[in-house]
Ligand binder design. Structure first.
Ligand SMILES: *Cc1c(COP(=O)(O)O)cnc(C)c1O
Length: 483
């Protein structure tokens, strides 16, 4: 199966090469030339791993032994046997994506990506090691470290802003085990760190590092990170079907707390592959670029970035939106032009027909920190369900959607992190507190709610810190060259 860029139809590469390349040479994102045919009825009868094998295998057919890769990726790593369970809470079905090694939804894709990358590397006869570089504001770095640790043929180096991540997130990374991992705190903020990583890519490019590796990223622009996320939309639908809540073919809506637009795009791909999806509801925090875009057709990044209590959604340029623009317009010249405008002017407007197509598939809303806290408190009191801050934005926007549209279609809210990853914000939503130690906040939250702290997060506390080095921004390249 061939892939091409969202910005041009040539050159075409096979699916293994698309995974290895990550980004297309013209800066666009890889999209399949045509989507595979999948027997949806059969798929909905499978267990989660068999679903993953079928879906990822259909999208990336040039990567062999998908059954073994899926097994290696997931077996023994998730605390839920079906990986991504659904639970009923109030009027909604919650799809819990946080039962993996780092308690955030990125685990679903980042457990799988190392398997796909190393298999693609073998398929293409590439000899060199792959060195993954990641700048993280918290969640991605840890999930990537867990995914790549001790994977033969790979090394990983994660940079995070010194003082810029939560205490729990820092402890998760500082205690990381594995023989191929490096974790470095960088003096500066997240933007400095990310710029530093971009500069390393610009300097090293496709050359081998002195250590003989080629650089790659674990970022969600890679089709190998997107494909594994499609599975859980089918899984949630199958759960509703088997519980007798819907009949085969009946539509289901999904509400997705959104940042880079990767997760919700996977939902759109599930629909294109034949899953009966009604509306995809895009939830943002105070950084509501996407809400404005879906309502008006104007994407305008020229605004301040707000730091919120749902930090994984603090983003102004949602990379994967580019894939949606292509999939709905099938016009690479149009997409190339829009991305050029975004780059030079910081704003673009899509043609009216494309805007209408987007509005038919998506609905958007946003939720500020105040409303996020209120939602966590109210939902817990009313239903006993404890949302993390990201999930709470989704819940609040799903309620707004229902209130405004009166659409009675069953709604699945995606739960993207454990509430224990953000204990300060979640605890403050439930009670007045002046406790500032995040691990004590976790204990208090457990005492208050009776909901157990996820084992991997509880374990972090007792683990030895292995990575405590803080470096200057100027030293990032030098560090990488010596790996
Ligand atoms: C990354 C992340 C999101 C946003 O997902 P995108 O694919 O970037 O839209 C939402 N919630 C949590 C907890 C995350 O880590």
């Amino acid at each position: 199966m061939y892939y091409h860029s969202t910005r041009s139809l040539q050159p075409q590469v096979d699916s293994a090469q698309a995974v290895l390349n990550g980004l297309a040479p013209d800066g666009g994102l890889y999209v399949p030339q045509q989507l595979p045919d999948i027997d949806v009825q059969a798929l909905l009868q499978m267990d989660t791993c068999a679903m993953a094998e079928t879906i990822i295998g259909a999208l990336l057919p040039d990567i062999p032994n998908m059954d073994r890769l899926v097994h290696n990726a997931y077996s023994g790593k998730f605390t839920a046997p079906d990986l991504t369970p659904t639970v009923q809470a109030g009027d909604f079905t919650v799809l819990e994506l946080f039962h993996g090694p780092t308690s955030a939804f990125k685990d679903v894709a980042l457990c799988m990506l190392p398997q796909l990358l190393t298999a693609a590397r073998a398929e293409k006869g590439m000899q060199e090691d792959i060195l993954i570089l990641t700048a993280t504001s918290g969640d991605t770095g840890k999930a990537a470290l867990e995914g790549f640790k001790d994977v033969p043929g790979t090394k990983i180096c994660v940079f995070y802003p010194h003082g810029g991540v939560s205490a729990v997130q820092r402890a998760q990374m500082a205690t990381q085990e594995g023989n191929n991992v490096t974790v470095l705190a960088v003096e500066g903020n997240f933007d400095d760190t990310q710029t530093g990583v971009k500069n390393i890519f610009a300097t090293v490019g496709n050359e081998k590092t002195p250590g003989g590796a080629r650089l790659s990223t674990a970022n969600s622009i890679n089709i190998g990170r997107l494909a594994p996320q499609i599975t859980y939309y089918f899984k949630a639908y199958a759960d509703l079907l088997h519980a007798g809540k819907i009949q085969m073919g009946e539509k289901v809506n999904f509400c997705v707390p959104t940042g880079n637009f990767g997760d919700i795009l996977a939902g759109f791909l599930a629909k294109k592959l034949g899953l009966p999806v009604g509306r995809l509801v895009c939830a943002s925090n105070a950084n509501n670029v996407l809400t404005d875009f879906i309502e008006t057709g104007v994407y305008d990044r020229r605004r301040p970035l707000h730091k919120t209590i749902s930090p994984s959604m603090d983003i102004l340029v949602s990379s994967n939106l580019e894939r949606l623009l292509y999939l709905l317009s099938e016009d690479t010249a149009l997409v190339a032009g829009l991305m050029q405008k975004l780059n030079t002017e910081g704003v673009y407007t899509v043609p009216e027909s494309l805007h209408q197509a987007i509005r038919q598939e998506f609905w958007a809303g946003c939720c500020d920190d105040e409303k996020t806290r209120q939602t966590i408190g109210r939902v817990f009191r009313q239903t006993g369900y404890l949302c993390d801050t990201h999930t709470a934005t989704g819940w609040a926007v799903a309620e707004d959607y229902r209130a405004e549209t009166k659409d009675p279609t069953p709604m699945v809210v995606l739960s993207t992190a454990s509430p224990y990853k953000f204990p300060a914000a979640v605890l403050s939503a439930l009670e007045q507190t002046d406790c500032t130690d995040e691990f004590m906040q976790m204990d208090r939250l457990q005492e208050l709610t009776g909901i157990a702290i996820p084992a991997p997060l509880a374990a972090v506390r007792a683990k030895k810190e292995r990575h405590t080095e803080v470096i200057a921004r100027e030293d990032m390249l030098n560090k990488v060259l010596h790996l």
